[in-house]
Design a binder for this molecule. Structure first.
Ligand code: SF4
Length: 207
C-alpha cells in the first residue's frame, strides 16, 4: 500500500482484507498536521460549522469530522453541507482552492503538503515564458497562486481525463514526482515536463 493514512483508510473501507504497509514511518505532512483535538478546536471556533476532512487524514480525524472528501469531489461535498460555514481540514491550499469555487464560506486548518507547497507562481510563469505551448496542469494541493497560473487543476484522475480529452502536445505536471510519472506513463503521446518534487514519505515505500 502507499503511505500510512492510505493503508488505514483502505482497512476502514475493506475490514475483511489484510492491508500491509511496509514502513510505518511512511506518513504524510497533511495527515500529521491535525489531530481530533484540532478538529474540536475548529468546531469551538466556528460553532455550528460542519467539518469536511480530506482523505489525507488519520482515522481519528475522519471520525471527528462530519464527512471525508477527496480532491476530485471536495467542491461538491462542501456545497452539499448543511451549514453556511464549512471547516476544511487539514489542507489550507485545497480549502482555499475549494473556497474560490464553492457557494459556502470555507474556513480551514493550516496544514499543507510539503511537496505541493514548494511550487510557486513565479516558477509557472518562467516555464510558460520558456515554452508558450506548454499546458500547465496543477493538483489542487498547490497554492491558489499556482492554480491561478494553471490551464487545468484537478485530482490525479481528473488530470488524466483532461489530458485524454485535450491531448496537448506538451504538458507540465505540477504534482508529486512519482504521481506525475504514473500519469505520464498513461499518455505516451504527450511530451511531459516534470518538475520533480519527490515526497519523502512516499519514497520510503520501495516495493
Ligand atoms: S505528496 Fe506526500 S506529503 Fe504530500 S499529500 Fe502526498 S503523501 Fe502527503
Amino acid at each position: 500500500c502507499g503511505v500510512h493514512f492510505m493503508a488505514e483508510t483502505s482497512k476502514i473501507l475493506s475490514p475483511e482484507k489484510t492491508v500491509l504497509i511496509p514502513d510505518l514511518q511512511a506518513g504524510c505532512s497533511l495527515a500529521e498536521s491535525i489531530t481530533a483535538e484540532g478538529v474540536a478546536e475548529m468546531r469551538a471556533k466556528y460553532p455550528g460549522a460542519q467539518v469536511v476532512s480530506y482523505v489525507n487524514t488519520t482515522a481519528e480525524v475522519k471520525a471527528a469530522s462530519d464527512i471525508c472528501c477527496t480532491s476530485s469531489n471536495a467542491v461538491q461535498i462542501v456545497d452539499a453541507m448543511d451549514s453556511d460555514i464549512v471547516i476544511m481540514t487539514p489542507d489550507q491550499f485545497l480549502a482555499q482552492n475549494v473556497a474560490a469555487l464553492s457557494k459556502k464560506k470555507v474556513v480551514w486548518w493550516a496544514g499543507s503538503c510539503i511537496v505541493h507547497e514548494l511550487y510557486t507562481a513565479k516558477d509557472m510563469r518562467a516555464y510558460r515564458e520558456n515554452d508558450p505551448e506548454l499546458k500547465i496542469i496543477a493538483h489542487p494541493e498547490c497554492t491558489p497562486s499556482v492554480v491561478a497560473e494553471a490551464d487545468f487543476t484537478g485530482s490525479t484522475s481528473g488530470i488524466i481525463s483532461w489530458l485524454h480529452e485535450h491531448k496537448p502536445a506538451k504538458a507540465l505536471l505540477v504534482t508529486e514526482c512519482s504521481m506525475a510519472s504514473n500519469i505520464a506513463d498513461e499518455l505516451p503521446e504527450v511530451e511531459f515536463a516534470k518538475p520533480c518534487n519527490l515526497c519523502p514519505y512516499m519514497k520510503k515505500i520501495t516495493l
